[in-house]
Design a protein around this ligand. Structure first.
Ligand code: NAG
Ligand code: NAG
Ligand code: NAG
Ligand code: NAG
Ligand code: NAG
Ligand code: FE2
Length: 465
């Protein structure tokens, strides 16, 4: 059955290549109701024991990967702030680091005690065990620090967005966990819990999301981007501070890259330089984000980090009717800089479907000259839309027709992607849909590094017009 679908898909694909340059997959996902998993689901189970730490998650804690921020929540009382940790190489010498605790209120909801603790001076490329909580309620996890930043360091990123907490979200996470590619960290393009789809933004759904995602996020860092579902801006119920639940729960190392807000920042990890942007913070000329990015791009040294990756929630290029052109003003502001600096790839979410563009730019326009059509441009990034994590709002199935020339491949199915850096010239990119076996690549591409190996890596022919 599946095989025949794939064969039909291949034929359609060939025809599409002749017409438009890109292909729209003919894979039709079974129509089923998308709903959040019930509160008593196994994935939301509270760990046993008095005040047991829950919602454990980690993220890189500095610019280069020698620090980790460990976060967790205790519900019964404040409890211990300590993280005990030791390297696999030296089990006999556990170290201790003390964190901070925050709480917040949202409408009638009152959060648990949210702990954040940065552990520093870690060795690169080392397995560390860590423990939070005390006595019988103590819980142990582990992580690998990344190799030292350098040009030829292979590294495998998972890419995910718009995950939410439905049965589909669980399938996406399971597929990522079981991927033979073994992602070492996740580039997360925003929209985490979708708590705001529940009455009064029921923040209990932030807690359930924290428990659901723990099985991966406690063991490897997810590099957070903020989406519209992190805003939780609801003046009608007295909640006027944007990003309140997100900023209390998820910390990012924004100060290390001299950012003034946790919504835009950068990190170096192995051979990658990752720049995170915020679609929902000001980006016009003179604004803090604009000024930061202006100063940030010249700091990227491709001899040190060959791969330049940008994460942003709302996509600058996609060809779905849903959210179409929503990010146009941000594209106008920043796209010229990304082309000048030869960014390799931009990952975005927001649109609940999968799409990969060709290398294109649309930066010639200046109001007078009418040059306002995207053109193939080998200095430009590839734009990948990976907002198909599987949240409660369902799939975005309405594509614009005909498929624009800039769109290389598109399909409305849930899944995740892998960006597998092999060396400073080559990276293997693949997209994995939830209906397939774990090893199946439903879309893929060899990325040639824009700085070190800027050969044409397009996957479709340019339309003839
Ligand atoms: C979520 O997926 C895991 C497998 O990774 C499974 O054990 C669990 O039962 C699933 N939970 C729900 C509610 O579907
Ligand atoms: C941040 O700013 C300080 C002070 O200007 C400077 O010394 C430091 O190098 C900057 N760090 C980065 C990562 O740009
Ligand atoms: C860029 O990185 C390389 C390799 O680490 C280093 O030798 C060089 O000095 C750096 N260039 C600048 C301008 O910092
Ligand atoms: C999608 O297309 C269908 C059929 O043309 C239409 O009824 C529906 O309103 C569209 N939905 C969106 C979100 O554009
Ligand atoms: C880089 O990786 C690619 C893909 O694995 C390989 O073909 C190429 O030979 C590698 N380059 C070097 C210099 O090893
Ligand atoms: Fe979104």
């Amino acid at each position: 059955m599946l095989r025949s679908i794939v064969i039909v898909g291949f034929l359609v694909l060939n025809v599409a290549v002749l017409c438009n340059g890109g292909s729209t997959s003919s894979f039709v996902r079974k129509e089923e109701k998308t709903e959040d998993m019930p509160l008593d689901s196994d994935v939301f189970a509270v760990p046993p024991g008095h005040n047991a730490p829950q919602q454990v998650h980690i993220i890189q804690g500095d610019l280069e990967g020698k620090a980790v921020i460990v976060s967790w929540v205790t519900m019964d009382e404040k409890g211990s702030n300590q993280v005990r940790y030791w390297s696999e190489k030296d089990k006999s010498k556990p170290k201790v680091s003390n964190g901070k605790v925050v709480t917040y209120k949202y409408h009638t909801y009152k959060s648990g005690y949210i702990h954040h603790c940065t552990i520093k001076k870690l060795e690169h490329n080392t397995k560390y065990y860590y423990e939070v909580g005390t006595g019988k309620s103590a819980r142990q996890f582990w992580f690998m620090t990344p190799p030292e930043v350098g040009p030829d360091v292979p590294y495998t990123f998972g890419v995910m967005g718009d995950l939410g907490q439905t049965y589909d979200s669980n399938a996406t996470l399971t597929h990522y966990e079981n991927s033979p590619s073994k992602g070492e960290a996740v580039l997360y393009v925003g929209d985490l819990s979708y708590a705001d789809n529940h009455p009064n933004h029921d923040n209990v759904r932030w807690d359930t999301w924290g428990r659901f995602s723990e099985r991966v996020v406690a063991y490897q860092p997810w590099i957070w981007t903020t989406g519209n579902h992190e805003l939780d801006f609801a003046p009608e119920i007295g909640e006027n501070i944007p990003f309140k639940p997100f900023t209390h729960r998820y910390h990012v190392p924004y100060k290390a890259s001299n950012s003034t807000q946790p919504f835009w920042y950068s990190i170096k990890r192995a051979s990658a330089y990752v720049i995170v942007l915020s679609s929902y913070s000001a980006y016009g000329t003179y604004t803090p984000q604009y000024q930061w990015l202006l100063e940030e791009l010249p700091k990227v040294n491709r001899s040190e980090t060959p791969w330049l990756i940008v994460l942003v929630h709302s996509p600058w290029y996609n060809s779905n009717q849903y959210h179409y052109m929503e990010a146009e003003t941000m594209r106008v502001m920043f796209e010229p800089w990304l082309v000048e600096n030869k960014v390799d790839v931009v990952f975005a979410g927001h649109v609940h479907a999968y799409e990969r563009s060709e290398r294109i730019s649309n930066i010639a326009y200046n109001i007078l000259n009418k040059n306002c059509t995207p053109v193939r441009d080998q200095s430009a990034p590839v734009y990948i839309n990976i907002g198909d994590g599987g949240n409660v709002e369902g799939l975005a199935i309405n594509m614009t027709e005909p498929q624009p020339d800039y769109s290389a491949h598109r399909e409305a199915s849930f899944g995740h992607a892998i960006f597998d850096i092999k060396n400073k010239t080559h990276a293997r990119y693949s997209w994995h849909r939830n209906q397939d076996g774990y090893a199946v690549e439903a879309d893929s591409m060899w990325f040639y590094n824009r700085f070190w190996h800027p050969l044409d890596d397009s996957t479709t022919k340019k339309a003839s017009q």
